[in-house]
Design a protein around this ligand. Structure first.
Ligand SMILES: Cc1cc2nc3c(=O)[nH]c(=O)nc-3n(C[C@H](O)[C@H](O)[C@H](O)COP(=O)(O)O)c2cc1C
Length: 180
């Protein structure tokens, strides 16, 4: 199963990308999963003037997103909470596409500096997933106080979060398999 992970913060000092990479590495270690990463910073799309389908001159990065989204069996969105929602950069990137998400499983991981783990971003992303016709997994994973979870070398140190992440990923894979 190919799971496309979308990392949703474009900030140079972003913390949520650490969670995206941790998730990516865990998925990569699973025999039956081929993860790939779309990163709103590394695979940056310009401010939307036209969606991909009607774009007069799609760039290589736009083609790359399209190819990855088409090949995906399932999507995992990893978003920071920025002012009570998911990031503007993530919304801008996601909005280039529509039918590409339709009929495919979607899961949500949110990340915040505060104690609520990005729950407002998760709620807003749920609306997005349903709007584009994704098969949204009702359970999502929140990540409170992300700045306390990793050591200086980027290793995840929090045992309790680590277990929650594993449990969430297994749940998401089981959910996604129902649609394959
Ligand atoms: C513009 C902006 C708005 C933010 N708003 C919130 C917020 O509403 N709630 C919260 O807990 N943290 C908020 N934060 C902190 C982020 O959740 C924190 O930076 C976290 O690491 C995830 O975002 P990042 O991946 O961009 O680092 C905000 C950060 C930025 C840059």
């Amino acid at each position: 199963m190919k799971i496309v992970l979308i990392s949703g913060s474009a900030r140079p000092k972003r913390q949520s990308h650490k969670i995206a990479m941790e998730t990516f590495n865990r998925l990569r270690s699973m025999e039956t999963i081929q993860p790939s990463l779309l990163d709103v910073r590394e695979n940056a799309l310009p401010l939307l003037e036209s969606i991909y389908r009607t774009h007069p001159a799609p760039t290589d990065t736009m083609h790359h997103w399209k190819k990855e989204l088409d090949q995906a069996d399932a999507f995992l969105l990893v978003s920071p909470e920025h002012n009570g929602s998911y990031s503007g950069a993530l919304k801008n990137s996601l909005d280039y596409f529509f039918e590409e998400y339709s009929g495919k499983p979607m899961g949500i991981i949110t990340v915040s500096a505060g104690a609520l783990g990005g729950i407002n971003a998760a709620m807003a992303l749920q609306h997005f997933c349903l709007k584009v016709g994704g098969y949204l997994m009702p359970a999502f994973l929140i990540t409170p106080k992300v700045q306390t979870l990793f050591d200086e070398d980027g290793n995840l140190m929090d045992e309790s979060y680590s277990k929650r992440l594993d449990k969430f990923l297994l749940q998401f894979i089981e959910f996604s398999q129902k649609f394959s």
